[in-house]
Design a protein around this ligand. Structure first.
Ligand SMILES: [Zn+2]
Ligand SMILES: [Zn+2]
Length: 381
């Protein structure tokens, strides 16, 4: 196990950022309190020489897949968990993101439930990697996406382990992952079949809800077990069908992540859910922040995001939280990026720059032709 994890223990590029953040935590005298640092890393590229994953940190990436779900977790022992794989159009980005971290094997793959915004690219992602174990709730679906997933699992010679309450992915003492749901064999609503995963590392707990709704939340509560978690991946994209007040108060999260598409037609997240969450937690949304990354050393949790970036040529400044810190001189020389066919301009690292990326000084930009990207929110002056 140890050897295996060593081989695969090439760390994600943003670990470097994590290290900076941890040291800045130490500087500020943060102790056992879980802390949030917001900063904007300078790039989203793989470092030239991959760093060994030796610092014992857990890294969770809540990938920005628009109106969908995809969480990728690298465990402190080098193993990893993929929970869901976004919509059908997200496959390439998800695969690239995982590959950039040097990972070639997915140890634990969880398809929370058969909706297309969760398993849309799962067949493609499973095809692209070696896969050890696949977990799914016992619920068939007639969609082509679901059929394709089953075919791919079969082609790869994999079997499906049933995701249900009480099933344990692993238990290494201070590192454990187990399912809290589904608790029943049948539900009217497909969302309630969602595999709900509780991950524990040291003193910290992370809860991943899938699209579980109030019915599933009530079943989890009925067990009267400790479901408190420091970081909650909010159920069903922040919909009002989930995150009941009693459930959120039992979880009592410090941080809450909502995976949701900008201006989605469902009206997610619901304002009532946001206000319930904001009673206890800092809310991070992928439609506002892009991909959200949580790192944890077993004690402190650090949150970060990678949709936006600091000036490409500016010195790294982890304490800078917004572009408004720039001096007027800096603004004049600001470099932004456009694409061959688009009418938006972007910050370096924006997901919309995947296909083409042309750098241009902000002062040279034709403002009649280009407007700022609403995703990465580049400087306007
Ligand atoms: Zn969903
Ligand atoms: Zn769903």
């Amino acid at each position: 196990m140890l050897e295996k994890s060593k081989l695969r223990s090439i760390i994600l590029p943003f670990l470097l950022i994590g290290i900076c953040l941890f040291s800045s935590c130490a500087d500020q005298g943060t102790n056992s309190e879980s802390s949030v640092q917001t900063s904007e890393p300078s790039s989203f590229s793989t470092p030239e020489s991959p760093t060994q994953h030796t610092d014992g940190s857990l890294t969770i990436s809540y990938l920005d897949v628009g109106q969908g779900d995809c969480s990728f977790i690298v465990l402190p022992n080098g193993e990893n968990i993929l929970i869901d794989a976004g919509n059908q159009s997200d496959g390439e980005n998800i695969i690239e993101y995982i590959r950039e971290s040097g990972i070639t094997t997915l140890d634990y793959v969880v398809a929370t439930h058969p909706h297309a915004d969760h398993i849309g690219s799962m067949a493609q992602v499973i095809s692209a990697f070696e896969v050890e174990k696949v977990y799914m709730p016992k619920k068939a679906h007639t969609s082509k996406t679901f059929e394709d997933l089953l075919d791919t699992v079969k082609e790869k010679g994999l079997s499906i382990t049933s995701a249900k309450e009480g099933a344990v992915l692993f238990d290494y003492g201070n590192l454990k992952a187990e399912f809290l749901a589904p608790n029943a064999d049948s539900y009217e609503n497909l969302n309630n079949y969602s595999a709900v995963l509780l991950l524990t590392y040291g003193d910290r707990r992370f809860l991943f809800m899938g699209d579980a709704e109030a019915e599933s939340e009530a079943e989890i509560l009925a067990h009267n077990i400790d479901i408190s978690a420091d970081l909650l991946k909010v159920g069903h994209h922040g919909s009002a069908t989930s995150s009941t007040e009693s459930f959120i108060s039992a979880v009592n999260p410090s941080h809450a992540v909502i995976s949701v598409g900008e201006n989605n037609s469902y009206g997610h997240p619901d304002p009532a859910v946001l206000s319930i969450l904001e009673n206890t937690a800092t809310v991070w949304r992928t439609d506002e922040r892009g991909t959200i990354i949580a790192t944890c050393d077993g004690e402190n949790i650090t949150l970060n995001h990678i949709a936006t970036s600091i000036q490409p040529h500016a010195p790294p400044d982890v304490s800078s939280d917004s572009a408004s810190d720039e001096s007027p001189d800096d603004r004049q020389s600001t470099t932004v990026y456009i694409t061959e066919s688009g009418t938006k301009y972007h910050r370096d690292g924006c997901q919309y720059l995947k296909k083409s990326k042309i750098s241009i000084s902000l002062s040279d930009l034709d403002r009649n032709k280009y407007s700022p990207c609403s995703r990465c929110k580049p400087p306007e002056k």
